[in-house]
Design a protein around this ligand. Structure first.
Ligand SMILES: CC(C)(COP(=O)(O)OP(=O)(O)OC[C@H]1O[C@@H](n2cnc3c(N)ncnc32)[C@H](O)[C@@H]1OP(=O)(O)O)[C@@H](O)C(=O)NCCC(=O)NCCS
Length: 139
C-alpha cells in the first residue's frame, strides 16, 4: 500500500480533532525501517521499533465499526508481533479522556506509569494530558 493509501485509511480511523500525522509523516514512515504499519481494511496501527521496545504511535478503527472487537484483534496482533520482534515492552501515550482506548489497554494488562501534562493539543486548541502506558512482555 502506498503512503497516500495508508494516510487515507488513518484519516478515516482517527477522530478528526486528534489528527497528529500528515501525509509527509506517512511518506517518512514508508521509508523508515523503524516504523511498521499494521492494518487491514477497517483499522490501522503505526508502530515505532527500537532495540527493546515497540511504541504504539497510533491505533484506530473506522468510526462506524468501533465496539465490535476490531481494536482488540489488532492490539492482539501487535502484541504477537512485538514478542516475535523480541521487544521487552510495548509503550504508548493516550489522552487522559480517551476512556475506550484506556480500557482496551487495561484489558491487555497495560499499566499506567506516567503522565505528560498538556501533551496533546486538539484542532480547537484545547490541551489534554497524556497518560503513558506500558505492557511488560517478559513476565
Ligand atoms: C480505541 C479503539 C481503537 C478501540 O477499538 P474498538 O474496535 O472500538 O474496540 P473493541 O471493540 O475491540 O473493544 C476493546 C475494548 O475497548 C474498550 N471499549 C470499547 N468501546 C468502549 C466504550 N464505548 N466505552 C468504554 N470502553 C470501551 C473495552 O475495554 C473493550 O473491551 P471489552 O469489549 O472486552 O470490554 C477505537 O475506539 C478507536 O479507533 N478510537 C479512535 C482512535 C483512538 O483514540 N486511538 C487510541 C489512541 S492511540
Amino acid at each position: 500500500m502506498s503512503a497516500e493509501e495508508n494516510f487515507n485509511l488513518y484519516k478515516k480511523c482517527v477522530d478528526v480533532q486528534s489528527i497528529q500525522f500528515s501525509l509527509e509523516d506517512f511518506k517518512r514512515f514508508q521509508k523508515s525501517t523503524n516504523v511498521k504499519i499494521k492494518k487491514d481494511r477497517n483499522c490501522i496501527a503505526i508502530l515505532s521499533l527500537t532495540d527493546h521496545e515497540v511504541e504504539i504511535y497510533f491505533i484506530g478503527v473506522l468510526e462506524d465499526l468501533r465496539g465490535r472487537g476490531l481494536g482488540k484483534k489488532l492490539l492482539k496482533s501487535i502484541v504477537s508481533f512485538s514478542k516475535n520482534y523480541g521487544a521487552n515492552f510495548i509503550t504508548l501515550e493516550v489522552g487522559i479522556n480517551n476512556i475506550q482506548a484506556r480500557n482496551m489497554y487495561f484489558s491487555f494488562k497495560f499499566i499506567e506509569y506516567g503522565i505528560r501534562k498538556n501533551y496533546y493539543k486538539n484542532s480547537s486548541g484545547i490541551r489534554e494530558d497524556a497518560i503513558i502506558m506500558k505492557l511488560n512482555l517478559k513476565t
